[in-house]
Design a protein around this ligand. Structure first.
Ligand code: GLN
Length: 609
């Protein structure tokens, strides 16, 4: 089925194709050979999706669209400060080939007009002119995700006729902006302009910029993330020459045009656009290219300054310990205490990009809860990125929380290296004092619950030998009934790590835990096992399969050394025949166990909704 995106792109292409204004550039004789009917539009996303209509595979020369990419190389080679000394960032409102240099310093006003671009080319580090043009070609290839070639015919054609650019080169040499032979630099500039691309290449190169310098498919870094904003800034203010103001006003995306008819536009984080149509307007911008970008911006809401508020979306869910618990099964007494005190434990599931505005909302929400808060779990599982400003705020929050005696736990934070590095830098070796990292919410919740329960002095040390009445299965049974059941139990010691129940095994035993702790584990899709429940002394397990006779549905593993007592199905059934009232008591306790687990599941479901 055709994507609706492609359908609307096709529609737009058909409409815009009817524009017949503009003229193909002829001042570089070779460019005059272009067919004025050629017209392609291509969208590429940072996820690697590509939508293309029309002449998206016809090669043409990149021309001035090379300028922002070469500016990126100059920034990486020299750093922002020294590049700014040689080339400014002010829009001129002049034509691309104007010979406008800052009076006095001779500094070109910006890197998007030819003077600034030639100066920028001179800033690309290289051992020779050939090396310089090869570096430029290779870098642009990294943006496109394929090796790009020079168009020798166009290069020769501009090299023979480009007197004006040569003049600009000499002016730059005169003012000391170029420090070496201007002829070689200008010829390298002609070479970079002659790199052959397609409309599809332009869209992908734009998507690489939209993706903070990383090619959406190859994953290779074409430009260091910190310089992407600089490159996009000059495109935003100076990319469309004297129509730059109008462009920002109407279309609102950083963009760059070239005299061969290409336009490249970028909406950071969202999409890269390439358009190709040779007829140009008086400013040297593709007529259909401008119209296509304008319509795309309107129909797809691509204006950079039309930004939705994202703050509220950062908190996916907030759960209190009173309504949500770990998978460790608790005794009735413990459950009641946790329900009472659980509000001191809060689990925040965050999502999306943590920027200043989104973390501000999280922090505001948290601060409201501080008076009652003892333990905070922050789940980063669905957080896509954390900006430095958010790292700063999280760091500040951790400082204050510790002062207030609030412990903070992070879960699922390993995919956010920037946050980890930031906090390690701030806290150094004492990092463990400020927050703890847990693999998942279940373990973090269990840890906090244990803390909350200790607070209330729930007896933690228990006598060595369990008394029969401690077994939940025997609650409400008479002494004689207990004796009858006990006489059928078989003792079974186990060691830490031992598997007591295998998935798929025949189920004909019920286990009463006399000592130690066991967990029920289920393999997840990723192979890692997740914990369904943990049982401790006095609890029983294995009853489900015993009752419904289905094979075991999960694995039970001993967390510690310990022992249990086993009731086989045979004895269970015999108990029913010989002592029906004792079996009734046992069954009632099994039901109570089921219903309390169902209650917990229901309460958690309600909390999740
Ligand atoms: N090579 C061309 C020139 O310098 C590039 C100009 C452009 O694409 N706007 O004239």
């Amino acid at each position: 089925m055709t994507s609706p995106i492609l359908t609307s792109l096709t529609e737009l292409h058909r409409e815009v194709a009817q524009l017949a204004d503009g003229r193909v550039a002829t001042y570089i004789p070779e460019l005059a050979k272009a067919n004025p009917d050629w017209f392609g539009i291509c969208l590429a996303t940072p996820n690697g999706a590509v939508y293309e209509v029309g002449d998206t595979a016809i090669p043409f020369t990149i021309q001035s669209i090379s300028k922002p990419f070469v500016y990126g190389i100059a920034l990486e080679d020299n750093g922002r400060a020294s590049v700014l000394e040689k080339v400014g960032v002010e829009p001129t409102g002049d034509a691309f080939n104007s010979i406008s240099l800052e009076p006095g310093s001779g500094r070109p006003r910006n890197p998007m007009i030819n003077a600034g671009a030639i100066a920028t080319t001179g800033l690309v580090a290289a051992q020779s002119p050939t090396h310089r043009s090869q570096r430029i070609r290779e870098t642009l290839g990294r943006y496109a995700g394929r090796e790009l070639a020079f168009d020798e015919a166009v290069y020769e054609s501009e090299n023979e006729t480009g007197h004006r650019n040569r003049a600009i080169g000499h002016m730059l040499r005169n003012f000391g902006i170029l420090e070496s032979d201007p002829t070689a630099v200008v010829e390298t500039y002609f070479r970079q302009c002659s790199i052959s691309v397609t409309c599809r290449d332009l869209a992908i190169m734009a998507a690489t910029l939209a993706n903070r310098g990383i090619h959406p498919v190859t994953g290779r870094q074409a430009l260091r993330g910190e310089y992407v904003e600089s490159v996009l800034s000059v495109m935003e203010t100076c990319g469309m020459y004297d129509s730059a103001g109008r462009w920002v006003y109407e279309i609102g995306m950083p963009a760059k045009s070239g005299v061969a008819g290409g336009i490249l536009a970028v909406l950071p984080g969202q999409v890269g656009i390439g358009v190709f149509s040779p007829p140009l307007d008086a400013q040297g911008n593709s007529v259909r290219g401008i119209r296509a970008c304008r319509d795309l911006s309107r129909y797809l809401d691509l204006h950079l300054l039309n930004h939705p508020s994202t703050g509220r979306q950062a908190i996916r869910r907030r759960l209190a310990g009173s309504e949500f618990g770990s998978n460790r099964l608790r005794t009735t007494q413990e459950r009641n205490l946790l329900r009472e005190r659980g509000n001191a434990l809060q689990l925040y599931q965050l999502q999306g990009h943590l920027s200043f505005s989104t973390s501000e909302v999280v922090i505001g929400d948290l601060l409201d809860r501080v008076p009652n808060l003892r333990h905070l779990i922050i789940d980063f599982k669905r957080v896509l990125s954390v900006e430095e400003s958010a790292c700063y705020l999280i760091h500040q929050l951790l400082l204050r929380f510790r002062e207030q005696g609030i412990t903070t736990l992070f879960t699922h934070s390993q995919h956010l290296p920037l946050l980890g590095r930031y906090l390690r830098r701030k806290f150094g070796d004492s990092i463990g004092l400020w927050f703890q990292i847990f693999p998942d919410n279940d373990r973090a919740l269990e840890w906090c619950e244990d803390q909350l329960l200790q607070l209330d002095n729930v007896p933690q040390s228990t006598p060595d030998h369990i008394t029969a009445t401690e077994f939940e299965l025997f609650h409400g049974l008479s002494e004689t009934q207990i004796d009858v059941v006990q006489s059928k139990l078989r003792h079974r010691p186990f060691q830490k790590g031992e598997t007591l129940v295998e998935i798929g095994a025949l189920a004909d035993e019920l286990f009463l835990l006399e000592d130690g702790q066991v967990s029920v584990l289920l393999g997840g899709p990723s192979g890692a096992e997740s914990r369904l429940a943990t049982f401790s002394r006095g609890m029983h397990f294995g009853e489900m399969a015993l009752l419904d006779r289905a094979p075991r549905s999960a694995r039970v593993v001993a967390d510690t050394d310990g022992a249990c007592r086993i009731l086989t199905r045979q004895d269970f059934e015999q108990l029913g025949r010989e002592h029906p009232e004792a079996l009734l008591g046992v069954l009632r306790n099994l039901c109570i166990g089921f219903s309390s687990r169902l209650r917990k599941a229901n309460a958690e479901r309600a909390a999740l909704d």
